[in-house]
Design a protein around this ligand. Structure first.
Ligand SMILES: [Zn+2]
Ligand SMILES: [Zn+2]
Length: 303
């Protein structure tokens, strides 16, 4: 039996004095609390069982013990760039730059608090993704630039449910990540073949764009929609790159129409701040015209 004024820590089993901290199974000691603060986000442990807390403390025991001996390195261990004095982030066992922390946060769909409770070894594999590195190396060490392969392996757009909110966020899956080594090595030839097919079909152009949706844009003022002669032509770049002020040409039986691309956007309907749409990308071409001659399924030749 514990003596008066002492309690048994629910987490480590030692006797302790003082009020302690509460988890689902009772009070735990301040020594445990110090360790808990390293690996749990604020108040996260309040609703956890002592066994769950113990499990996590054991898992990270070495990193917790070494916590105070970690010194800031000169360079970010993820990207290799100089570690900024202020714009950096403390992980459980390392420091990384804020740029890498932000990428990790986005890839894990979590907050900085959660990232701060993790080890470098848990963060680093995320950066192996082809979309983050701009490509992938095959087993012989040859690096395949993603931009050159998007013509056959474009990013796959999916929607991710946002927990707790009645909404979805756009998320991209990179098919390059799941290619076998054999497929990856065959990809450049496949891309060339696809390029040749498209040229044979549509002729030689700077870029080819496939239309899937036309949206008329409007200004909203005092609850009234004022339509203007600006349209967003949504679709995908089948081949080549499109930049601002490129000319898009539609050929129909009744004649040829030219459109000046004034703005470019990604797949989000009303964004129009891109400077370039690369091969394989989904996006929108913004034009000002009376647009009664472009339809879903049309091919625009860009020159
Ligand atoms: Zn304890
Ligand atoms: Zn970095």
């Amino acid at each position: 039996m514990a003596l008066t004024g002492t309690k048994i820590c629910a987490v480590c089993g030692n006797e302790f004095k003082g009020s302690g901290n509460l988890c689902k199974d009772g009070y735990y000691c301040n020594d445990c609390e110090k360790k808990i603060r390293r690996v749990f986000q604020e108040d996260e442990e309040d609703y956890l069982s002592a066994a769950d807390i113990r499990k996590k403390l054991n898992k990270y025991a070495d990193a917790i013990a070494a916590y105070d001996s970690i010194i800031k390195p000169e360079t970010c261990p993820v990207c290799g760039k100089k570690l900024p004095k202020l714009m950096n982030m403390r992980l459980l066992d390392a420091y990384i730059c804020m740029g890498c922390a932000e990428k990790a946060r986005d890839m894990l769909h979590t907050g900085y608090d959660a990232i701060g409770c993790m080890c470098l070894s848990e963060i680093r594999p995320l950066f192996e993704q082809a979309a983050v590195r701009g490509g992938r190396a095959d087993s012989s060490g040859v690096f395949h630039n993603a931009d050159a392969l998007r013509i056959v392996y474009p990013l796959i757009r999916t929607l991710r449910e946002v927990p707790g909110e009645d909404g979805y966020e756009v998320e991209y899956i990179d098919p390059l990540d799941s290619l076998s080594d054999e497929e990856l090595r065959a990809a450049p030839a496949l891309a060339e073949q696809r390029r040749a097919e498209l040229e044979a079909k549509y002729g030689t152009h700077k870029a080819i764009f496939e239309v899937d949706k036309i949206t008329k844009l409007y200004n909203e003022s005092k609850g009234r929609r004022n339509y203007r002669n600006e349209y967003r032509i949504g679709g995908r770049v089948l081949m080549g790159n499109i930049v601002l002020r490129d000319q898009a040409v539609v050929k129909r039986a009744e004649g040829t129409k030219e459109l000046l691309i004034r703005k470019l956007g990604n797949c989000q309907e009303y964004r129009s701040d891109l400077k370039e749409l690369k091969e394989g990308m989904e996006g929108g071409l913004f034009v000002e015209a009376v647009l009664s001659f472009v339809y879903p399924g049309d091919i625009l030749c860009i020159d």
